[in-house]
Design a protein around this ligand. Structure first.
Ligand code: LLP
Length: 433
């Protein structure tokens, strides 16, 4: 059995002579050059993941729309564009990023429940490929704005198929209790409403049931469900050209068995059954998660002085750099950058400098550590840097893209001046006036 990305390599980080590398570049070399913490990504891993997914769907006419929210660095967008990807965006900001790398606006799908008038106008003027519409109010708003601007909006309605994606509740989106999309009944009504509207071109149907999905069944159930609606609409004389399954393809973080992407691709082809439809997908995590590591250095080791106390390794990365462990109790592998044979392994909680007990990157990990050691937190290429904040007035970490034995800083480290220049320092007298 091929296991998608697992059989190849679990992540882009590999030991060469006891030194952790991304491609042919030692992570210690990157730490020397840019300092820590730093996010480091592998260009070849990103490319391979894209090709794997595309090949899994090779017998189905398809388009991959990279979900920008997973990792929106311009270098990564430029890479996926060069590989032939379109984009899935959820804000005007993300559209600006796509346009900044010369992305074709027609390759852009705009998802999200809260599109503002300004965002809709920006997207209409840019000429994006499709709005994934999530409510009646949004459809009416797009109709009105497109009419005002004298243009036609391409639209797919996002259906909430009420399918359990069997994932973390914060990232499940396809249940009726979730805020996303509309019921099939409401979608049907919205298609009828928009069918003859001169400013609307109904091009497709959309769903996205969640993220980090490792079972094929929920994804296939969702496909079957929206296909039924597509077939009903066809009988009503509303003919759609594409079906958008969203993203959500799971990856391995620890010992999960992710979706077999080739089997899934074959099943999708069977279910589509030769219908004249383009398949669209919006993957984020699958393409980027295991391409990246967060490089961090041990500042202090606090060794338990009583048997029932914990050992803490305080590193220079924190929850502001990697929120996933604190927010979703997510598990990320932590590896020493240099394997040292003499230190005795101990069980550590790997924590950051932030003043919260929720500031941890990993718990109860057996590692041989010394102060100043470099460690790598794996699988952070998706929802790592994009979820970073300035909490505790910490600057955002730089991002580095490795290509073989070379690397480029694709986002520089944020300085304190970067943060302070957005704010106003009031000049006040002693009475506060
Ligand atoms: N399309 C839509 C409409 C989405 O909402 C998402 C993700 C995607 C595509 C991409 O899903 P992916 O292929 O990456 O699973 N911050 C969380 C994940 C949030 C996902 C939000 N939506 C995490 O760190 O696990």
């Amino acid at each position: 059995m091929t296991l998608g990305n697992v059989e190849k390599e679990f992540t882009a980080a590999k030991y060469q002579q006891d030194e952790l590398h991304i491609e042919q570049t030692a992570l210690s070399k990157i730490a020397d050059a840019v300092g820590t913490p730093a996010y480091v990504y592998s260009k070849s891993y990103l490319t391979d993941q894209y090709n794997l997914l595309s090949e899994a769907l090779s017998s189905t006419p398809h388009q991959i729309h990279y979900s920008v929210k997973a990792n929106s660095n311009l270098a990564i967008l430029a890479l996926f564009k060069s590989l032939g990807a379109g984009f899935d965006i959820v804000s005007a900001g993300e559209l600006s990023r796509v346009l900044a790398v010369g992305g074709d606006p027609k390759s852009v799908i705009f998802s999200g429940v809260g599109k503002s008038v300004e965002e809709i106008n920006f997207a209409l003027k840019a000429g994006i490929g499709c709005f994934n519409v999530e409510s009646r109010g949004e459809l009416l708003r797009i109709m009105a704005q497109a009419e005002l601007l004298g243009c036609v909006a391409n639209v797919a309605i996002r259906v909430n198929p009420n399918v359990d994606a069997k994932t973390h509740p914060y990232i499940a989106t396809g249940l009726k209790e979730n805020k996303f999309g509309v019921t099939k009944e409401e979608a049907f009504a919205l298609y009828l409403l928009a069918a003859d509207h001169p400013a609307i071109n109904l091009t497709g149907i959309d769903c996205h049931i969640g993220s980090q999905i490792n079972e094929p069944e929920p994804l296939l159930q969702a496909l079957t469900s929206i296909l039924e609606l597509r077939d009903t609409l066809e009988k009503e004389g509303i003919s759609l050209q594409h079906i958008d399954l969203g993203g959500g393809f799971g990856v391995r973080y620890q010992d999960e068995t992710p979706l077999d992407i080739n089997d899934w691709g074959a099943s999708v082809g069977q279910i589509l059954g030769g219908r004249d439809l383009q398949l669209r997908i919006e993957p984020g995590r699958f393409l980027t998660a295991n391409a990246g590591v967060l490089l961090t250095r041990v500042e202090y080791l606090k060794i338990a002085d009583e048997p029932d106390h914990k050992n803490f390794a305080v590193v220079d990365a924190a929850m502001n750099d990697l929120l996933r462990p604190s927010l979703y109790q997510a598990w990320h592998e932590v590896l020493p950058v240099e394997k040292s044979s003499n230190a005795q392994p101990l069980e550590w909680d790997i924590v950051g400098p932030i003043c919260e007990s929720g500031d941890f990157l990993a718990k109860q990990r057996s590692l041989a550590l010394a102060e100043k050691d470099l460690v790598a937190v794996l699988s952070i290429g998706a929802y790592g840097s994009v979820l970073a904040s300035n909490y505790n007035t910490r600057g955002r970490a730089p991002e580095v893209l490795v290509d073989g034995a070379e690397f480029k800083v694709v986002r520089r480290r944020e300085t304190i001046q970067d943060q302070l220049r957005l704010e106003l320092k009031l000049e006040l007298d002693q009475a506060g006036h």
